[in-house]
Design a protein around this ligand. Structure first.
Ligand code: FE2
Length: 355
């Protein structure tokens, strides 16, 4: 497992005191810049370690929200994101399916009905902002556009507390290569390729009443089963509607019972990867995954658009307070600049790595 050790942000006592007493001193500004730079340049999220300085869950939450607020202020000033704000959602637990030992969440965007990677107009001028939503009828979180996802770990639970991240432009560039037999020549070409993948999947989703943009949509799957079945939770049981739409799901479910390692969703996810990149999910994990390992009272913040994230082997009693940086809608000059920068930073990572 590729543990991302550079994700850790530790606070000096003076920095923590600065958060509590005065939000606007130089030290706090510098901390905000450090966190924002890490979120915008690393291929994974950051974990800000509050444990040494807080004793209770309320103290941890207050500090976590303050840190998210100073990061949001830094970003708002840097990119003229005037409507950027901090959204604190209700606590989440890891709902482990009965009979399962753990829960794994596969790569996803939080709020993937209206928060997913699209081209910036700086790279693809013709991109329509209306194609930044998939028009889902029901949502599990709010309808705000989440630029950065995050959470405070209130309890790590009785299994692992691991958040894996996946750099989408890296995966997308490989998918481009498989499809066209060459690397993309520029960000613009790769962003236009994503745009074409998305327009196909959005039309499929909308035709069937909406839905979440999943990795299959980003990678340009043509098979409806990968675009319309919920491939999110390792032990998810396909809905009656999904089985009616795709009767093959019943066969997948009964075949997967033979293996203790696999589940029907993981089987389907393997097939999706094989169809787009010629590798299975375990091979993809080795190639693309960066894992942030967390302790009690760590605040995790990560890019929710250029990266997808998941959750590995979580157990019951893991409790998270979701804390995200959001905008009402992904529109405006500031947003286009912020998004273009995310593409450019991501592209730069690969040039630095010599790819
Ligand atoms: Fe998530």
């Amino acid at each position: 497992m590729n543990i991302a050790r550079e994700s850790l942000v530790t606070l000096k006592k003076s920095e923590f005191d600065g958060l509590r007493c005065q939000h606007d001193n130089d030290e706090v500004r510098s901390l905000a810049r450090r966190i924002v730079k890490a979120m915008d340049t690393l291929p994974h999220g950051v974990n800000v370690r509050l444990g040494p300085w807080v004793a209770t869950s309320d103290e941890a939450k207050e500090a976590a929200v303050t840190i998210a607020t100073i990061a949001a202020r830094e970003l708002a000033e840097k990119w003229a994101l005037t409507e950027l704000s901090v959204e604190v959602d209700k606590p989440q637990i890891s709902a482990v399916q009965s009979g399962a030992q753990y829960r794994t969440l596969l790569p996803h965007h939080d709020g993937g009905n209206c928060s997913f990677l699209t081209p910036s107009k700086r790279h693809v001028e013709s991109w329509q902002v209306s194609d930044r939503t998939s028009q889902v009828a029901e949502v599990s979180t709010t309808r705000n556009h989440k630029l950065y996802q995050g959470f405070l770990v209130q309890e790590v639970g009785d299994r692992e507390s691991l958040t894996p991240y996946y750099d989408l432009t890296e995966i997308l560039a490989d998918q481009f290569h498989v499809e066209k037999g060459r690397a993309p020549s520029s960000i613009t070409e790769l962003a236009a390729h994503l745009g074409s993948n998305l327009l196909h999947s959005l039309s499929v989703l909308r035709e069937h009443g909406g839905g979440y943009v999943q990795l299959s949509s980003i990678l340009g799957s043509k098979e409806l089963i990968y675009l319309l079945v919920n491939i999110h939770h390792s032990h998810y049981v396909f809905s009656d509607r999904e089985v009616n739409l795709f009767p093959d799901l019943s066969t997948i479910t009964s075949n997967s019972r033979e293996s203790t390692e696999s589940t029907p969703v993981l089987y389907l996810f393997d097939k999706m990867w094989e169809s787009r990149l010629g590798i299975n999910w375990e091979q993809a994990r080795k190639r693309y995954e960066h894992v942030v390992s967390t302790q009690k009272h760590d605040l995790v913040l990560g890019h929710n658009i250029i990266l997808m994230h998941g959750g590995l082997n979580g157990g019951t009693n893991r409790i998270l307070d979701p804390i995200c940086l959001v905008m009402p809608a992904p529109v405006g000059e500031g947003y286009e600049s912020w998004l273009a920068n995310a593409w450019e930073e991501s592209y730069k990572r690969r040039s630095v790595a010599g790819q």
